[in-house]
Ligand binder design. Sequence first.
Ligand code: SAH
Length: 473
Amino acid sequence: MMLFPIFADLAQRDVLVVGGGEVATRKAQALLEASARVTVGAPVLSPELQHLRDTGRISCIEGTFSPEWVIDKWLVIAATDDREVNRAAADAASARHILSNVVDDPALSSFQVPSIVDRSPLIVAISSSGVAPVLARRMRERIESLFDHTLGPLARLAAQYRPQIRARRPDLGARRAFYDWLLDGPVAALLRQARPDEAAAALDAELDRPQPARVGSVVLVGAGPGDPGLLTLKALRALNEADVILYDRLVSAEIMSLARRDADRIDVGKQPGENHHATQARIHALLVEHASAGKRVVRLKGGDAFVFGRGGEELEYLQAHGIRFEVVPGITAALACGAYAGIPLTHREHAQSLSLITAHCRDDSDSIDWPALARANQTLTFYMGVGQLDNLTAKMLAHGKSADTPFALVENGSRPEQRVLRGRLADLPERARAHAIKSPALLIVGEVAALADTLHWFGERVGLEAAAATVAP
Ligand code: SAH
């Protein structure tokens, strides 16, 4: 080991920062957060440092560095852009056996400041011993993404209850099991749900219970449109922690490969010969079965679970069965297809509103307000429309939508095989057939769709010649 890691308690201890620029300012601020008594020495101070001095939060010495500045300090940090001054500060510190850090200069430093992931009181510190700072930064990013920000409050709660937990669970094994329950179970979930009082109440109740309650839960997670990079950090965490994952056909294999290795994966897509009602009933039953068995269940859906995803129905069912749930939103197809096709869905000149519409409705139950959708200055996005293009186009034209209204049909949005077909509304069904557009595809209708011709940046575009011809006056 090149360096010995320590966490220093600097509260009310004197620390010297040499330098008055931006870096010195950051260091002084970080030290103040740890309640150190900070003295900054420099010929000129940044405005922030002047403010800290004027409000009495730091002391200052104006002038060029002199070795007696280090006297009685616990630590010295040198952050000037003059290596000789930095060296003088480091030497003066060493002469008095004071540890010193010269920012970005491991050769002159006797201690280094790690990259940190801060979920105080929990702190993860990362060092590459000064030899590979980029690597340390990468590692920090990775760790940062792993832990929810409510981990800090959870650790504080655990600290607050520590004596009681010790008293009620004197046996070490039982105590460990209790802490596992604390991290994995309803207390952590309630903190994520911004319900700290209920979290404390759940902790109290569990302390009184002789046997730990095995409670499962469901996280309804939107997996986004396919590109795994569009998962949220929360979705990734849920996948990392899942015991059971119930996933839909639209969820990509790349996303499934990010899930915890030993999680049970259940494909709950429609079975051959099964109708929607039966599929949904089977999903409800599976959710309740696994959650009741104490499992952490992730219900993973394409896009967002609350946009044409029947997420509401599933939560109502869980609610009726007393099963805890959380919801993690996903990037819905309209947002993803707009972004990946270069189509801003709203635009100051062309579109002041956006509609998400399902094209999948039988004629007899068509409750769509076609006259409203035919008006200008709006963007329409149609989900599940590939089989309905004749019908949709006829309806829009019949209600007065201009035949020249631009459309874009985005197939497999955000995936490597994405294709974007552009054109004018009147030609939509014919051109979609000519290019054999298949599900999943999202239809975007409105002036903004034409921007795909200039703002495209991802994947393939099909039928360009024809689209260009229709754009010309
Ligand atoms: N809950 C999902 C939508 C489910 S309905 C969401 O929020 O995105 C299924 C329809 O979504 C498909 O028929 C298609 O119209 C659209 N869709 C989903 N993923 C898509 C993708 N990657 N590219 C294009 N359309 C997509």
